[in-house]
Design a protein around this ligand. Structure first.
Ligand code: DIG
Ligand code: MN
Ligand code: MN
Length: 387
């Protein structure tokens, strides 16, 4: 009998080809694990109850190889999807590995690099459409500077907008059922990255020619690196109808991008994140962009994958129990949580403004109110700790 913690396709868990099989290379050490063939990767996902797979173009098709070889690599991947029922839930482009991107891709000072970057995305959009991926992520890992002297930020944002508008034009022209999801990150590998947080990306989207085609793929580690609450950022993305995809992992604040197993660090923010995703009606992938500890290997990389999904399901179960707990409902009432959902003044009218101006309040009585947040938060901690 299922304990409710067994991953199933309906949970929509997905992993990138670059995650579970991450070779373990880091800035200070070489690979510690062999690569995983994409076909074996897909079969492995099916075995552990995952639902979807995502890829960078170069994870799947050998960069620079003859078209016939790239087609063969794609076709065997497609066959594996058909054989297992795993869906292609997202596609993206590697615009960061090749040395030509060292000054950026869409925002490289070299116009030919900028044009090649857009070409690389155009070509992989065709593959994404062929595989039925509904979301195309753009992580601008190299879009940034070390020295502010090296780029005029307003020109960089012009080039970024120009690329997005062109790519949206292509998707519309081709009639592809694809939306773009920008993935913010504050730094690494660049010293300062353009579109560093959810907020910056949301503001940028409003300046685009087709803003309705562009949303977010926020990542736990990236917002945390910026010292922000990922949960609060995702809540605003949802509020603006812009949560098109999500990169789940974990992170210690003030560290490099650790891409840790989901739920292995910021357990309290993760609890509220899962509670929000499950309650919000978000029906997109629960996508993990994370990697196993460098010193693990063999079956350990699948322990990592199972752990990502298990902790998500444990937190979802705890969130349901939390919200059904009468003590929580009572404590939320004391805190005034339902009251915040009530409109304050409604739409403006001269009459309501006049009435409000004439209204009298009792500041000292208002100041005397207490909200019981200590007791309420202790109920969260008790729930997470399982007491
Ligand atoms: C890193 O967080 C980035 C790349 O792995 C990829 O482009 C994107 C897709 O989730 N996340
Ligand atoms: Mn990351
Ligand atoms: Mn990511």
């Amino acid at each position: 009998m299922s304990d409710g913690l067994t991953p199933r396709p309906e949970h929509k868990f997905s992993f990138g080809l670059w995650t579970i099989g991450h070779p373990g290379r880091d800035p200070f050490g070489d690979a510690t694990r062999p690569p995983i063939d994409p076909v074996d990767f897909v079969r492995g996902l099916a075995k552990i109850g995952a639902w979807g797979v995502s890829f960078h173009d170069d994870d799947l098709m050998t960069f620079g190889a003859p078209e016939s070889q790239r087609r063969a690599e794609l076709d065997r991947f497609k066959a594996a999807l058909a054989e297992t029922g795993i869906v292609c839930s997202m596609a993206t482009t590697n615009l960061f590995w090749h040395p030509m991107f060292k000054d950026g891709a869409f925002t490289s000072n070299d116009r030919n690099v900028r044009r090649l970057a857009i070409q690389k995305v155009l070509r992989n959009l065709d593959v994404a459409a062929e595989l039925g991926a509904p979301t195309y992520v753009l992580w601008g890992g190299r879009e940034g500077v070390e020295s502010a002297a090296s780029k005029e930020p307003r020109d960089a944002l012009d080039r970024y907008k120009e690329a997005l508008d062109f790519l949206c034009g292509y998707v519309r022209d081709q009639g592809y059922a694809i939306r773009f999801a920008l993935e913010p990150k504050p730094n690494e590998p660049r010293g300062d990255t353009f579109l560093p947080t959810i907020g910056h990306a949301l503001g940028f989207i409003q300046m685009l020619e087709y803003p309705e085609m562009v949303g977010l793929n926020p990542e736990v580690a990236h917002e945390t690196m910026a010292g922000l609450s990922f949960y609060q950022g995702v809540a605003q993305a949802l509020w603006q109808g812009k949560l098109f995809h999500i990169d789940l992992n974990d992170q210690k604040i003030g560290r490099y991008d650790q891409d840790l197993r989901f739920g292995s660090e910021g357990i309290k923010d993760d609890f509220f994140l899962v509670r929000l995703l499950e309650a919000s009606g978000y029906d997109g992938p629960r996508h993990f962009d994370a990697r196993p500890y460098r010193n693990d290997g063999g079956e350990g990389i699948w322990d990592f994958a199972r752990g990502c999904m298990r902790t998500y399901l444990v937190l979802a179960q705890k969130a349901r129990e939390y919200d059904l707990d009468p003590r929580v409902q009572e404590a939320m009432a004391k805190a005034g949580v339902p009251e915040l959902a009530e409109s304050t003044v409604g739409r403006y009218s001269a009459d309501s403004a006049a009435r409000l101006k004439a209204e009298s309040f009792e500041p000292d009585r208002l100041a005397d109110r207490t909200y019981g947040n200590e007791a309420l938060d202790q109920l969260v901690i008790d729930r997470i700790l399982g007491v």
